[in-house]
Design a protein around this ligand. Sequence first.
Ligand code: ADP
Ligand code: MG
Length: 353
Amino acid sequence: MTTPLLSLRDIKKNFGSAQAVAGVTMDIHRNEFFALLGASGSGKTTLLRMLAGFEAPSGGDILLEGASIAAMPPNKRPVNLMFQSYALFPHMTVAQNIAYGLEMDRLAKAEIKSRVSEILEVIQLGHLGGRKPDQLSGGQRQRVALARALVKRPKVLLLDEPLGALDKKLRSEMQLELKRLQHEFGITFIVVTHDQEEALVMADRVAIMKDGALLQVGTPREIYEYPETRFAADFIGVMNFLPVSVASGGYQGKEGPLIRAADAPELAGGSAAVAAIRPERLGVETQGENSLAGEITDIAYHGLDLLLHVKTPLAETPVISRLTADVAERLSPQVGQRITLGWSARDTRIFPA
Ligand SMILES: Nc1ncnc2c1ncn2[C@@H]1O[C@H](COP(=O)(O)OP(=O)(O)O)[C@@H](O)[C@H]1O
Ligand SMILES: [Mg+2]
């Protein structure tokens, strides 16, 4: 086993009587693109600030390559934090903004010059080094802020909602750009986001935070396909929830067939539970252990796929079935049509109600 780059050991932070971070334990590895995902107020920024050294933990320890950095001042840590607001110096050019941190570190002039021009190329702003921040677009300013953080070649780059100020299209471009830069520089990235889609797209691993605590850590696929809690199942992507009770050999809704689930948790017979199924697993033609009849109440077009809203005897709210464009074209579903949805026991998650 190699030593993790960063180890968080039961890290806590209290502000007065309020607990912002409630004992987080996890490891982050070299060259990982790691996302901290959670709703506003879940403690993401506070956790990041403790890693950077701007906030002292109320308890626990932070190890870097096995040694505690809890008492190390921020400027001694090989960790760089890119702030939520880019905080570029308005009176300095792009190149001066990027060079600033290196000058503070008293690097040789020639070294600074070559590093700055190298990074300007990497972020594709080689031609704009002489501009001031207010002469740049939002996306360009974002790149400069990133360059300024990367140019110092930290072991870990912390990014707090780095794409929060960008519009949707630019955001998805920059998500790929961030991945490219992380790969190119071989620096560990820890990115805070409240956007679950962004976390899944960018990260090697995602940590879901809620109320200062860690709910689940895993690859995007693990988080999406195997949420460990109902909260995670609901927070990530779209999920159908069917109220059921635990029966012999399966799960019984208020009407309709027994629902079967593989790998379900042990729950007491008769107790209330929910069955959770992703829309793309709920197919009109899907073969599986489960089938459920219903009526199409609405059809929503989403370009590559079609969302069917299907009223079933199992729940008040219609379930959502996602069909790919080719399947939808073949079936040409109509509102009012009665259909049977099918899905596999393997694709059914069960949570206690
Ligand atoms: N300096 C502070 N003083 C008091 N409370 C704070 C301070 N910073 C954060 N908090 C509180 O800690 C909780 C977590 O905040 P934060 O880490 O900013 O969450 P997030 O970044 O996930 O939105 C919130 O309830 C917030 O109000
Ligand atoms: Mg925050």
